[in-house]
Design a protein around this ligand. Structure first.
Ligand code: RIB
Length: 303
C-alpha cells in the first residue's frame, strides 16, 4: 500500500436539515441538528484511511475542544496526526444547511489559515515518506502552490481537488498529476461549462492544456468523465437514495486514490470511487458517512 500525505483542512461541521432555504431576515425551523467532523482535507484523509491506505495529515486546529476532538477522530481511523499543529485560532467551522439532500456551506477556515508555507517547509521529510500528496483549497493558496512545488522536488505525485474553487496561480496546474474538480469548479477554472459530452471533453482538454496530466470531472447525478491515457471515458453513478451530498466529492477522491494506489486501471478506480461516494451520499454527515473498505465491498456485491 502506498503512503498518502493529505495537506488540508480540518473542520467541525454544524449541520441542520431544512425543507427549504430561509429568505434574508427569516428564521426557519429545521431538524436533525448534528455536529460532525469535516473539512475537505480531513474528509479525504478519512476516506483514504477507512478504505485502507496509510495516511498522514498535515493540518492545523485550534487550542479548543473542537480541535482536540477532531484530532482524536482522525487518530481513531489510524491517521497519523503528528503533523497536525495546534494554533491560537478557532478550529475551522462549517455551517451547513442540508435541503432536499443538497447542501449549502458557509466556512470560517480559522486555524486552517496556519497551514502556511513555513509550516510545510518545516516538515519537508513528509514529502520523502509520501507517494501521493493530496490537497484542496481550504488552506492558504500560497501553501497549496508551495506544497505542490515541494512534492515535485521530491519526485512525488500531486493530487488536487480545487475546492472550494478560487483563483489559482497558473503555475500550480503545471505541478498537478491528477486534478479532480466538480463541474462547477471545472467551469470556473476553464471557462467551459461541462454540460454535455462535447463540452466535458473540451473542459478536460483545457485542464490538461493548463498542465494537469490526468483529469477527472465529477458531474453529480451524471457520474464523471475521466482521462485514461489519451482517451476520455465516462462512468455513471449507483442508484441510491440521496440523503446528504456533503463529502460526496471528498469520498470519491479517497476511493479513487486508494484504488489507483493498488494499481487498478482508471476505469476500475472510478467505479470504486463512485461506490464510495454513493454510499456516502446515502447517509447523513461528512466524515461519519464515508464507508469502510468492507462496506464498499458489500455494496458492490449487492448492486
Ligand atoms: O466537502 C465537504 C466539507 O466542506 C465539509 O465537511 C465542510 O467542512 C466543508 O469544508
Amino acid at each position: 500500500m502506498k503512503n498518502i500525505l493529505v495537506i488540508g483542512s480540518i473542520n467541525v461541521d454544524y449541520v441542520i436539515h431544512t425543507e427549504r432555504l430561509p429568505k434574508l431576515g427569516e428564521t426557519l425551523t429545521g431538524s436533525d441538528f448534528a455536529m460532525n467532523f469535516g473539512g475537505k482535507g480531513a474528509n479525504q484523509a478519512m476516506a483514504l484511511a477507512k478504505t485502507g491506505c496509510n495516511v498522514k495529515m498535515l493540518g492545523a486546529v485550534g487550542k479548543d475542544l473542537s480541535g482536540e476532538l477532531a484530532i482524536n477522530n482522525l487518530k481513531s481511523f489510524g491517521i497519523d496526526t503528528t503533523d497536525v499543529i495546534t494554533v491560537d485560532a478557532p478550529t475551522g467551522a462549517a455551517v451547513i444547511t442540508v435541503c432536499g439532500g443538497d447542501n449549502h456551506i458557509i466556512l470560517d477556515i480559522g486555524a486552517n489559515a496556519y497551514v502556511t508555507p513555513d509550516a510545510i517547509a518545516e516538515r519537508e521529510a513528509l514529502f520523502d515518506w509520501a507517494d501521493y500528496v493530496v490537497m484542496q483549497y481550504e488552506i492558504p493558496m500560497e501553501s497549496v502552490l508551495f506544497a505542490a512545488r515541494m512534492t515535485k522536488k521530491h519526485g512525488k505525485k500531486v493530487v488536487l481537488n480545487p475546492a472550494p474553487v478560487k483563483e489559482a496561480d497558473p503555475e500550480l496546474f503545471r505541478f498537478v498529476d491528477m486534478i479532480i474538480p466538480n463541474e462547477f469548479e471545472a467551469q470556473l477554472i476553464t471557462g467551459i461549462s461541462p454540460n454535455d459530452e462535447a463540452t466535458t471533453k473540451q473542459a478536460i482538454r483545457a485542464l490538461q492544456a493548463l498542465g494537469c496530466e490526468t483529469v477527472i470531472i465529477t458531474l453529480g447525478k451524471r457520474g464523471c468523465a475521466y482521462t485514461e491515457g489519451d482517451s476520455i471515458g465516462t462512468a455513471g453513478i449507483y442508484p441510491v437514495k440521496v440523503v446528504d451530498t456533503t463529502a460526496a466529492g471528498d469520498s470519491f477522491i479517497g476511493g479513487l486514490c486508494k484504488s489507483l494506489c493498488e494499481g487498478k486501471s482508471m476505469s476500475d478506480a472510478v467505479a470504486y470511487a463512485s461506490a464510495v461516494s454513493s454510499i456516502t451520499v446515502s447517509r447523513p454527515g461528512a466524515g461519519i458517512s464515508i464507508p469502510t473498505a468492507d462496506e464498499v465491498e458489500d455494496f458492490l456485491k449487492k448492486i
